[in-house]
Design a protein around this ligand. Sequence first.
Ligand SMILES: [Fe+2]
Length: 126
Amino acid sequence: MTSNFNGFLRQATNSERLKRQRSSTFRDKLSLYQTAHMKYPYTLPALEYAYDGLEPHIDEQTMHLHHDKHHQAYIDHANEAVGKYPELQKADLVTLLAHLDELPDDIRTALQSNGGGHLNHALFWE
Ligand SMILES: [Fe+2]
């Protein structure tokens, strides 16, 4: 059991996927991070497939709820937080999330929750 687990860990940590993720340029190559949706003011990316496209696993109503309402609310609250600090508006959202400890105290939690919610939902729609 232990040797299988160690083997799995060795294989996982040497995988090409992880090597790419560790590379400093990998993040920059992800198109999602380069879209206008991740720059202030953050905007809702259009769903690039039909709202019923994931049925029967996720129904159309649930997709509308999460895309049109839930995701939009994350965006609105993230914009409200970053809107207080013009100097932060120049950085893309991913950079801000990677430097949460350096953000002003009064928006750190809001941006972690809502900026993270925006990014996570955008990743899901891809
Ligand atoms: Fe959601």
